[in-house]
Design a protein around this ligand. Structure first.
Ligand code: C2E
Ligand code: MG
Ligand code: MG
Ligand code: MG
Length: 289
């Protein structure tokens, strides 16, 4: 093995220092395996959407964020942080993302047909590379038509990374989709690099305060200042502001006092399979309150 590495180093040329690193090879084969498994997961419908509640001031249900999970045949339930990044690099995110949109719109339609949940909106995470597909607008419109879901109840969550390049294309696509009633949220707001000048050009609906600012909001005055700034910015631009990652009643109160009136976090509910989500909805205050 060592001789082989030496031989390859020599073969690579005199001026070239070549390290044969077995872990690099291991990593490469792990990636190929993940790529194959993800393709299989798409074909065999191993993905599933969980839903996490979004609530208003009185704790009433406003909507649900769809969050993908992978029911891996041997590894059990796998969270998105373990495969979405890879799917983005490999391009598989387009197929996965379209499946997510279709499933979420089917569910939205079902909720619309069920009296108690008819007003619920559904938020769907969209990767930058998925959004940049030339046919993205068409795909979304087709899915809405096919499912009969109400576009006014669909919210697409974008991240600031999208705003770094080709802002005109982004504005154009958002405008086309917003014209059909679809809402747009800027996810993880405050963690990226978005230029404030772009914000006013985008017909957004909502800013989502990243949970990294919510976690220590009671003890870290910088986090509190940033959250306060995002709320003020949202108010100025006429946007809804939702705080992510609320885990305790005191975080909830602190955000209320800052004038933030939409919330999401374990305090109100973890992401759940749809049957459990529906059951949890039944115990909430009604939207009329
Ligand atoms: P995100 O869009 O910011 O979603 C919120 C994440 O925070 C979720 O993690 C959720 O489970 C978690 N969370 C919610 N409330 C709390 C809380 O009170 N405390 C803590 N500690 N965490 C909380 P999850 O489901 O693991 O998703 C992680 C990220 O993966 C998402 O962040 C999103 O960026 C991405 N993702 C999830 N589903 C999809 C999808 O269908 N498509 C794409 N492109 N990305 C997705
Ligand atoms: Mg999100
Ligand atoms: Mg987020
Ligand atoms: Mg995130």
């Amino acid at each position: 093995q060592a001789d082989m590495a030496m031989y390859q180093a020599k073969a690579a040329g005199r001026n070239c220092i070549y390290f044969f690193d077995p872990t690099m090879q291991q990593k490469a084969s792990q990636r190929t395996e993940l790529d194959n498994e993800l393709r299989q997961a798409i074909n065999e419908q191993q993905f599933e959407l969980f839903y996490q509640l979004q609530v208003g001031r009185a704790g009433q249900a406003l909507g649900a964020e769809a969050l993908i999970r992978w029911r891996h045949p041997t590894r059990g339930l796998v969270g998105p942080d373990n495969f979405i990044g890879f799917a983005e690099e490999s391009g598989l995110i387009v197929a996965i993302g379209n499946w997510v949109l279709l499933s979420a719109c089917k569910q939205l339609r079902r909720w619309q047909q069920q009296g108690l949940t008819a007003d619920l909106s559904v938020a769907v995470n969209i990767s930058a590379s998925q959004f940049r597909q030339p046919d993205f607008v068409n795909t979304v419109q087709q899915i809405l038509q096919q499912t009969g879901a109400n576009p006014a109840k669909l919210k697409l969550e974008l991240t600031e990374s999208l705003l770094i390049t080709d802002i005109n294309d982004v504005v154009d696509k958002i405008q086309q989709l917003a014209a059909t009633g679809i809402g747009f949220a800027l996810d993880d707001f405050g963690t990226g690099y978005s230029s404030l000048a772009y914000l006013k050009r985008l017909p957004l609906t909502q800013l989502k305060i990243d949970r990294s600012f919510v976690r220590d909001i009671l003890t870290d005055s910088n986090d509190e200042a940033i959250a306060r700034m995002i709320v003020a910015l949202g108010n100025t631009l006429g946007l809804e502001v939702l705080a992510e990652g609320i885990e305790t009643p005191s975080q909830f109160v602190a955000l209320q006092q800052l004038g933030c009136y939409q919330y999401q976090g374990y305090l109100f509910g973890k992401p759940l399979p749809v049957a459990e989500f529906n059951a949890a909805l039944l115990s909430l205050p009604t939207p009329a309150s």
